[in-house]
Design a protein around this ligand. Structure first.
Ligand code: ASP
Length: 350
C-alpha cells in the first residue's frame, strides 16, 4: 500500500506513530453536504498544539481515508502490519478511526497483536475537527497523552484500548452505544482503564500487566465465514434456517435474550442442533449491554448446553464476531476451537 507519511515538527522523549484511517475526525462536507474523509495534512493545521506536546509525532495515513463503515479484514491487516513494521521505532501508536466500527477494530487488533507490549489507542470524533464544537482535538490530545505515559521507561499501557470523551476503555470490551452524544462508547462489563480530568487517573488493577518477555507477533489469518443471528420474538423459520444451514458459514454468534435465553420451539432447537452436528460453532452472546450469559439458569437456555452451544459469558458481539474470525483463521482442531471460543484469550470475557 502506498501510505502517506506526514512528519510533524515536534520533539520530546517519547515517540508516537499516528495511523490515520479516516472517519468523521477529519471529514469535510462535499457539494451535496454529506460528510467525506479528507487528508491528514490538513488535520495538523487544525491542531497546531500537536507540535508542542513534548512528544515526537509521525503520521501514516491510509492512501484514501475511509468512513469506518467501509472497514474490512484487509484494513485490519494493514493496521496490524503498520504497527509491526514500526514497532521498534515508536513508544506507542494512536489509530484515528471512524466511530461506527471502532469497537470491532479495537477488538480484532487486541487478538491480532499477540505479545503487544506498547500502547495501541484508537480514537476518533463525533464532530469533524474543522467544526467549532468538535471533540476531535480533545480526543486526539488525550489519546496521545495516555499513549506516551510511562513509569521508569515502562509504558503505563501495553494493550489495545479505545480513548473517547475523557475515558480510556479496554479495546475488546467496548461498544458504541450512542451516535449523537460525545459519550459514544462504554464498556459496561469492564471498568474504565483510566479517566482523564485535571490529572490522568489510571485504574492500575484492571490494566494488562507489562510483560518484559513478550514479543509482538501479528496473527493475520482471519476467516470471514462467520455470521450473526440476532433473535427476536416471532423470528421466521426461513431466516434462522438460512443462517444456520448456509454451507460456507463455519461459526455463528447467536445474540440471545437476557442471560442467554432462546425460544425452546422444537424447530428452532433442531436447527441449532443440526448446525452443531454439521461442525458449526455457535457462540451464545446476550443482547443486553451489561451482564452475562448463564446457560442453564432458565429452562429456556438449559437445552443449549446439551446441544453443544458455547457460552460467550459477558463478551460483546463485536469482540465475539472478530474472535471467531481469528480463531477459525488460526486453528483447525475442533476441540481446541471450542475451548478457545469459550475462554478468554485477550481479556475479552471473564
Ligand atoms: N461514519 C463515521 C465513521 O465511522 C462516523 C464517525 O467517525 O463518527 O467513519
Amino acid at each position: 500500500m502506498n501510505y502517506k507519511i506526514v512528519n510533524i515538527h515536534s520533539s520530546g522523549n517519547r515517540s508516537i506513530l499516528i495511523i490515520y484511517t479516516g472517519g468523521t475526525f477529519g471529514m469535510v462536507q462535499d457539494e451535496s453536504g454529506a460528510l467525506i474523509p479528507f487528508n491528514f495534512g490538513r488535520v495538523v493545521e487544525r491542531v497546531p498544539v500537536l507540535k508542542n506536546l513534548g512528544i515526537k509525532l509521525t503520521v501514516i495515513s491510509f492512501p484514501i481515508p475511509i468512513d469506518s463503515s467501509n472497514i474490512g479484514i484487509q484494513d485490519w491487516k494493514n493496521m496490524a502490519y503498520i504497527i509491526e513494521e514500526n514497532y521498534a521505532q515508536y513508544d506507542g501508536f494512536v489509530i484515528l478511526h471512524g466511530t461506527d466500527t471502532m469497537a470491532y477494530s479495537s477488538s480484532v487488533l487486541s487478538y491480532m497483536l499477540k505479545g503487544l507490549n506498547k500502547p495501541v489507542i484508537l480514537t476518533g470524533a463525533q464532530i469533524p475537527i474543522g467544526s467549532l464544537r468538535s471533540d476531535a482535538r480533545e480526543n486526539l490530545i488525550g489519546a496521545l497523552e495516555v499513549a506516551s505515559t510511562e513509569q521508569k521507561g515502562i509504558p503505563r499501557i501495553s494493550e489495545v484500548c479505545l480513548y473517547f470523551n475523557y475515558k480510556l476503555l479496554k479495546g475488546n470490551r467496548v461498544q458504541k452505544l450512542r451516535s449523537s452524544t460525545f459519550a459514544a462508547f462504554e464498556s459496561e462489563n469492564y471498568p474504565a482503564l483510566a479517566e482523564v480530568g485535571i490529572e490522568i487517573k489510571f485504574n492500575d488493577s484492571v490494566l494488562k500487566k507489562y510483560d518484559p518477555e513478550a514479543n509482538l507477533k501479528v496473527l493475520a489469518a482471519l476467516d470471514p465465514n462467520v455470521s450473526l443471528l440476532k433473535l427476536f420474538p416471532g423470528i421466521p423459520k426461513h431466516l434462522v434456517f438460512a443462517v444456520l444451514s448456509d454451507s460456507k458459514t463455519k461459526g455463528v454468534v447467536l445474540e440471545t435474550f437476557g442471560s442467554g435465553n432462546t425460544m425452546k420451539f422444537e424447530w428452532f432447537i433442531n436447527a441449532l442442533k443440526a448446525a452443531t452436528e454439521q461442525g458449526k460453532y455457535i457462540l451464545n452472546v446476550s443482547q443486553c449491554v451489561g451482564g452475562e450469559v448463564q446457560q442453564g439458569k432458565y429452562e429456556t437456555s438449559r437445552m443449549l448446553n446439551e446441544i453443544g452451544i458455547l457460552s460467550g459469558n459477558n463478551i460483546t458481539t463485536e469482540a465475539a464476531i472478530t474472535k471467531m474470525m481469528l480463531v477459525l483463521g488460526t486453528q483447525t482442531n475442533k476441540d481446541k476451537i471450542r475451548s478457545i471460543l469459550a475462554s478468554p484469550i485477550a481479556g475479552e470475557m471473564d
